[in-house]
Ligand binder design. Sequence first.
Ligand code: SIN
Length: 490
Amino acid sequence: MFLELTRPELVCTGNLIDGRWTGAAEGARYPVTNPANGECFAEAADSSLADARAATDAAARALPGWRGTLPRERAAFLRRWHGLILANLEDLARIMSTEQGKPLAEARGEVRYGASYVEWFAEEAPRVYGDLIPEQQRGKRMIAVKEPIGIVAAITPWNFPLAMIARKIAPALAVGCTVVAKPAEDTPLTALALARLAQEAGLPDGVLNMITASRERGVSAVADWLADARVRKITFTGSTAVGKHLARASADTLKKLSLELGGNAPFIVFDDADVDAAITGLMASKFRNGGQTCVCPNRVYVQAGVYDAFARKLGERVEALKVGPATDEAAQIGPMINARAVDKIARHVDDALSHGARVLTGGRRLDALGPNYYAPTVLLDANDRMAVCCEETFGPVVPLFRFEREEDVIRAANDTPYGLAAYFYTRDARRIHRVSAQLEAGVIGANEGAVSSEAAPFGGVKESGYGREGSRYGLDDYLSVKYVCEGGLD
Ligand code: SIN
């Protein structure tokens, strides 16, 4: 069996609350399915309000002790956790591929990527400096101290079941916050395995609490965190619609939020670009996780002078992609997460065709492989009346738009409510500076398709959200600044 693991005990299906693994308070469970074949292979706790409340109670009890630890003690825990994640890489990758569908090679890469955030924040933990403000009045000393914000609720998506939760939990723990977390309903098991490894690394009870839930019950669980004044921060990666709901629903308790939301990334290829490098960058960026990535290019604009050559070469590369389940080690593209995802992709392709696009390659479901497969697709003659232009497709579809002038493509690229990532290829150094400055996005890839890194600030502008994850900026979202004014010193 594919899910044969070196350590089967890493498959946890209960909630972790106050250091104990328990079922949901109401005893409910929900099925976890393998997107490659649609079969249920595990059942996870289906939590609701009572479980969310118990998690918050535990996090509140643990907070004074954890925030009182020395930064180097927290760093030592994070280093142990990092070591255990890498030591269990293969098991984690297999759990992840089974519940999320990404090919094994990519799942292994994601385990390393997620672990890199844990290592990074272990290194950052002892470097959370405040300021001694230069003297402004005689006899007064002004100090700015950075403190952990308190209890953090982390709500994470299915597309990167390990990396997204690691890059939220690691900085929170590094600065002394305690955490309540809910991974996506489709992919609870990778996150639970990660929590188990945190326990093995010696995390005190109650510092990290994790509950799982189906879509229906998850709403009431999260609602409890939103209303609970003890939860001081929500960190969320997911859709813009849900992000807006979280912002509204947490307004009464004025929580700090970081929201990493939807994108609609443009990828621009200018006539003066290295076309082969641009295609390599696009392949890496667009087909990562089968196109189910917030930062992956959604609209590809190619300047008229290189359009035909670019399309021909790209078509050959896309045609050669190997699609298959994670059990096939050679697979480069796995199944989409579920039937809804495939339906959306098919709808976008049909809509594009009805508005004048032509299929260069792909453009069809791959039902012979399983219920959730879609062929990697390139569409020619895309235009702004198509859904692929204004909605995130979240699948392996590349619509190619033709453009003539730089100012027109900048306007088109920015003509979206979203602003997570944007990419462009050019050999002109002045254009690199000019275009980087004009693109409305939080992350820019200039002659580069692989932009994500634990050392870089990740996050969007406009309706792609706010807050930054990773890098030294990634700590700020979990801190509040306290100003201490000491008087009578003269
Ligand atoms: C995402 O899809 O939300 C994040 C991907 C990344 O970290 O590169």
